[in-house]
Design a protein around this ligand. Sequence first.
Ligand SMILES: [Fe+2]
Length: 245
Amino acid sequence: MHRRNLIKNFLKFSGSFLLISIASGFTKTKANKQKLPLFNNKSNKTMIQLPSLPYEKNALMPYISENTINYHYGKHHQTYVNNLNNLIKDTELSSKNLEEIVKISANDSSKVAIFNNAAQIWNHTFYWNSMKPNGGGVPNASLLAKIESDFGSYENFVNEFKNSAISQFGSGWSWVVLDEKDKLKILKTGNAETPLTNPKLKPLLTIDVWEHAYYLDFQNARANYVDIFLNHLINWDFINQNLIK
Ligand SMILES: [Fe+2]
């Protein structure tokens, strides 16, 4: 009897220990989850994270395939994030948010790789938001009036945007920006260059003209990709949101 009680007590003790272990493990997991860094969080030792897409990966079909998004967002964009986190690890930049890192590293010859990866993260996030399912076509009346006032006509805007995107030699971006006189402008940048670093310009919209943005769907026909972007994908709401920021 005495022996049976000993075994009983031992089992009771082991059970309690197991329950406590599970409970503390769960608490630890939960706490870790809560401590996960947020995008642009300024607190120390945070990591830059890949922002969520503003739509499903197949939402831009049939114009931009899920395959392109899988590579472009899932591989290219993610790689810039991984590279940047490795480059700024244990440096003073690890406590900065993405926009600060882009601006600090711009025009600093010792931080070229940091700038390239940081700017590419920012540019790509801006690009995903520059498109939407069922986008494209003519903007709403107030933005249309602004375009007509600054470019002479909507057709002029379309032609200038297309020329800018098509004529960017090699990899780069074409942008709609607001200049210091509150006038809409179109400009192009090479590689990772971004108007974010120019305090006189406010970026409003962009199209990625790196080949990885369109090659799987359009092969070398960049002009077709730019046409599709204007006719079916451009997110005028994003320009409007940026204009009032
Ligand atoms: Fe890209």
